[in-house]
Design a protein around this ligand. Structure first.
Ligand code: E4P
Length: 219
């Protein structure tokens, strides 16, 4: 399972890439707003910078709700960088835009996916990635990870090439569960990436090895 960062913060992407564990990024309008990005030009320059930092796919989301607007924006985003991926919502307009843009060889991330049926439709429409939102499903009392597992299972059964990108990840256990469910990718807030790395026994072990070595040097 590949690890992506779910952020519009360039510094976080820089740090994640430096660690050598991050191979892609997902952004959305809320994440952009969190970084004080309120204009398309700033969103574009931020995504372009992130595309330079990370070699893998970088998703940027359209803001239009109608097909014509999605097509215009999607074609524009696809021109921002060779690794830019267009994020389209799981709505009727989104599916229609997916099927047009995928035929133009534009890479698509089907976002706001909350069901197996929506994922099946996105795959038919040519999405390269489908993003089931695990945390938001859990918030509503559904089993978000079960949706991920079901999509993975069905895509495998039919040899569907669309990659399953577990999104709306809230904590490190979600990462373990996404990997067990067979997700191709999990996109994580930077905080969860840090939590994944940390274990108190590692800290204790590092300190103890250093102390023991010093004792040995004195002996
Ligand atoms: C994924 O592409 C989305 O940007 C993201 O995972 C949404 O997560 P949230 O539910 O924490 O906003």
């Amino acid at each position: 399972m590949r690890i992506f960062l779910d952020t519009a913060n360039v510094e976080e992407v820089h740090l994640g890439v430096q660690l050598g564990v991050v191979s892609g990024v997902t952004t959305n309008p809320s994440l952009a707003a969190k970084e004080g990005i309120g204009r398309l030009e700033r969103y574009k320059s931020t995504v372009v910078e992130i595309c330079r930092l990370v070699q893998g796919p970088v998703s940027a989301e359209v803001l239009s709700a109608d097909v014509a607007g999605m097509l215009l924006e999607g074609r524009e985003i696809a021109r921002w960088a060779p690794n830019a991926v267009v994020k389209l919502p799981s709505t009727p307009a989104g599916f229609q835009a997916m099927s047009v843009l995928s035929k133009e060889s534009i890479s698509i991330n089907q976002t706001l996916c909350f069901s197996v049926n929506q994922a099946l439709l996105g795959a038919q429409a040519g999405a390269s990635y489908v993003s089931p939102f695990v945390g938001r499903l859990d918030d509503e009392g559904h089993d978000g990870m079960q949706v991920v597992e079901d999509i993975v299972h069905i895509f495998r059964t039919y040899g569907i090439p669309t990659q399953v990108l577990a999104a709306s990840i809230r904590h490190p256990l979600h990462c373990v569960a996404a990997a067990k469910a067979g997700a191709h990718i999990a996109t994580l807030p930077y905080k969860v990436l840090l939590q994944m790395m940390h274990h108190p026994l590692t800290d204790v072990g590092v300190a103890r090895f250093a102390q023991d070595w010093q004792r040995g040097e004195k002996g």
